[in-house]
Design a binder for this molecule. Structure first.
Ligand code: HEC
Length: 224
């Protein structure tokens, strides 16, 4: 009996101590809370226009406010189940400037694997044309090499894949058919065989520019 009372007392002392501690800590704010920041739309005398918020940089595109159409999806009417479009149906201004832009973007984003010559033998793929995952990186400029190469989930081969499909590959990557969704996505269980580039090539016109450049190269491929 004696023992029980003592342990009860101990418990209540602990509860009281915890209560005091909780009070002490809840009363103290750290610096981040009290920093001198502005509330949305609050005035400021720091800037000449009297507003604390700065104007968006020219050309800023809202990630959520994208217009859903041929140009932003590569599909007729922007319908996720629609037919793939050709670049002519997107309204993107075609011509030399687009191709030149595409060439520069291709060198930045694609050449490391697909090669500057578009032969699938970029630095990351190595001379035997195997990508980081040991996957064969396809040639992109030499149509004869991709004739008959099946495209997973589609009825066309890679050589006759419409521009809209290329747009999808650049934007969403290529899904790994062996990905196990019950395991975390790790290098042993990659979600993609080629990763998506929509967050890296955010301007959709740049993706079409890359496609325009690749189409030019396919018409007139460089010496192998
Ligand atoms: C990190 C390496 C890497 C980079 C960078 C890369 N790719 Fe790929 N790409 C691959 C691999 C690997 C495959 C083969 C995927 C497969 O067969 O599952 C592939 C496949 C493709 C395919 C064929 C898709 C299919 O369904 O068969 C196209 C088209 C393509 N890439 C275009 C591009 C373009 C355009 C760029 C630049 C924006 C690019 N890739 C950047 C590695 C890369």
């Amino acid at each position: 009996m004696q023992l029980k009372v003592t342990s009860l007392r101990r418990t209540s002392i602990r509860v009281i101590l915890l209560g005091i501690l909780a009070l002490v800590f809840s009363a103290c704010h750290l610096d981040m809370y009290d920093q001198p920041n502005y509330k949305p739309l609050q005035a400021s005398d720091f800037f000449a226009d009297g507003a604390s918020a700065r104007r968006l940089v020219d050309g800023t595109v809202s990630r959520n406010g994208l217009k859903i159409d041929e140009r932003t999806t590569g599909r007729v009417g922007g319908d996720p189940a629609g037919e793939y479009v050709s670049i002519e149906q997107t309204g993107v201004e075609l011509g030399e400037a687009l191709v030149a832009r595409g060439q520069a973007r291709y060198k930045i984003y694609c050449a490391s694997c697909h090669g500057e010559k578009g032969n699938g033998k970029g630095i990351a793929a190595g001379p035997i044309g195997k990508g980081p995952l040991g996957l064969v990186v396809p040639s992109l400029f030499y149509v004869d090499e991709i004739k008959g190469k099946p495209v997973r989930g589609e009825s066309f081969d890679l050589a006759s894949a419409p521009d809209g499909y290329w747009f999808k590959v650049i934007s969403q990557g290529v899904a790994n058919p062996n990905y196990d969704p019950n395991k975390p996505p790790t290098p042993d269980n990659p979600r993609y065989t080629m990763g998506p580039y929509n967050h890296r090539i955010q301007d959709v016109n740049d993706r079409w520019a890359i496609i325009a450049y690749i189409r030019e190269m396919q018409k007139n491929p460089p010496e192998k």
